[in-house]
Design a protein around this ligand. Structure first.
Ligand code: ATP
Ligand code: MG
Length: 399
């Protein structure tokens, strides 16, 4: 009897030399966690690849190609995986290989109706199998040609490669779903993401997680100037990022009083910078309390007034931790592309503002100087603001 299994290939992890074991076991643990909703599974490594099988009969995700797709997408969201294929596993001789290859190709062509050319590649690990690899390739190739009159062989540039492996069991598979590569989350220290409801910060979180960094997030909420829907949007974005980055805590800072105080007591053209400096200090305090070693923002050089080099320099001054800005040199289009790829874009462009117009100056200073910031903060009790942000009405949501 044949069963479906899923084959996942590892990327950069395998280049890790002495650390390889640690990276691989992190990857396996992350996969188990990510796939926990798909029933009891056997997940194991063999031949430097990862195999995923149902432990019990009747697991719906292994019944057909369509259902398997959902599980495969989840596998592609685990950093460290390069690509995923659906394979068919069975025992028997060359006749069984032929018949399983035929069934596999029939269902594969249903998913890919435009495919017209193929070739067969074979690996034989079981040396007691009576045919060698070229013979198996030839036999299976002929059998497929006989059974699919619209297909022809193209050894140089085929639409698909039909892989046959003869090992402890026999396997056939074709095609690959590409994954997001990167390093397994948990192999780097944790970071605190400043998550707004925009396009950029979820992408920034995704990018740092792709380098192995677990993530917590902090959102500064100014209710009622920013609505409950704006907050829900941030929660939804955190969930989207967490499909890739794993478990996270989302901290929601009550920012209303702090912002009103700023509006009242500092010049409007410096509001954004003053606000960002306070945000970063609150974020740093939260990071220190919860084990994060850096801050992450979605800033991109020159995108808005608060993202000029001078403004960035002045906001940097107030914190000691590294502030990682993975989008700093990226074009907006490239960021939007990633946002779409990770399924965040539709949520990010929902119209609920993450900051209300009363808090944004019409003509913010783009090249703030030190004297500007000193004057702007002169009438503010920054320390009290930071303390208030960290301590008062702080909400924590486990994502
Ligand atoms: P985004 O698309 O991520 O909102 P943006 O292009 O709108 O970014 P800004 O509004 O200047 O840029 O914000 C720059 C960065 O500051 C954001 O990427 C985010 O990391 C952080 N940030 C801004 N507003 C908030 C907020 N209300 N809560 C948490 N972080 C915020
Ligand atoms: Mg924004």
């Amino acid at each position: 009897m044949a069963t479906n299994v899923i084959l996942a290939r590892m990327g950069e992890v395998t280049l890790k030399g002495l650390n390889r074991g640690r990276f691989e076991s992190q990857l396996m643990g992350n996969l188990r966690y990510r796939l926990r909703q798909f029933g009891k599974l056997n997940i194991f490594q063999s031949q430097s690849r990862i195999w995923i099988e149902a432990k019990e009969e009747g697991n719906p995700y292994f019944e057909n190609d369509e259902a398997a797709k959902e599980l495969m997408i989840a596998v592609t969201q685990v950093f460290g995986i390069v690509s995923v294929s659906l394979a068919r596993k069975f025992e028997g001789d060359i006749n069984d290989i032929d018949s399983n290859a035929k069934e596999y190709v029939a269902s594969y062509l249903e998913q890919n109706p435009s495919f017209k050319t193929f070739k067969v590649e074979c690996k034989r690990g079981n040396k007691s199998f009576p045919m060698n690899s070229p013979m198996i390739c030839e036999e299976v190739g002929y059998f497929i040609l006989e059974n699919f009159k619209d297909l022809s062989v193209d050894v140089h540039n085929p639409d698909f490669v039909l892989n046959v492996e003869v090992r402890d069991y026999n396997y056939v598979y074709a095609g690959k779903m590409m994954a997001h590569r990167g390093l397994p989350v948990g192999t780097a220290g944790k970071g605190m993401l400043l998550l707004s409801g925009g396009i950029d910060s979820p992408v920034a979180g995704f990018m740092m997680a792709s380098r192995g960094m677990p993530i917590d997030a902090v959102y500064f909420h100014s209710y009622p100037y920013t609505s409950d829907q704006a907050k829900q949007k941030v929660i939804d974005l955190a969930k989207i990022v967490s499909r890739f980055s794993g478990r996270m805590n989302l901290y929601i800072v009550d920012f209303t009083k702090i912002q009103l105080d700023m509006v009242k007591n500092s010049p409007h053209d410096m509001l954004t910078i003053v606000m960002r400096r306070v945000m970063l200090q609150i974020a740093q305090k939260l990071a220190q309390k919860t084990g994060s070693k850096c801050l992450i923002t979605g800033e991109s050089l020159g995108q808005v007034a608060s993202q000029t080099l001078e403004a960035i320099a002045i906001t940097n001054e107030v914190v000691d931790m590294p502030i990682l800005r993975p989008l700093i040199g990226m074009d907006k289009e490239a960021t939007v592309q990633i946002s779409r790829d990770i399924g965040a874009f539709e949520t990010s462009i929902l119209p609920f503002e993450d900051c209300c117009t009363i808090f944004v100056a019409k003509h913010p200073k783009t090249h703030p100087k030190h004297t500007d910031i000193e004057a702007a903060e002169k009438n503010l009790d920054i320390e009290a603001m930071v303390k208030q942000g960290v301590e008062e009405n702080l909400e924590v949501i486990e994502i």
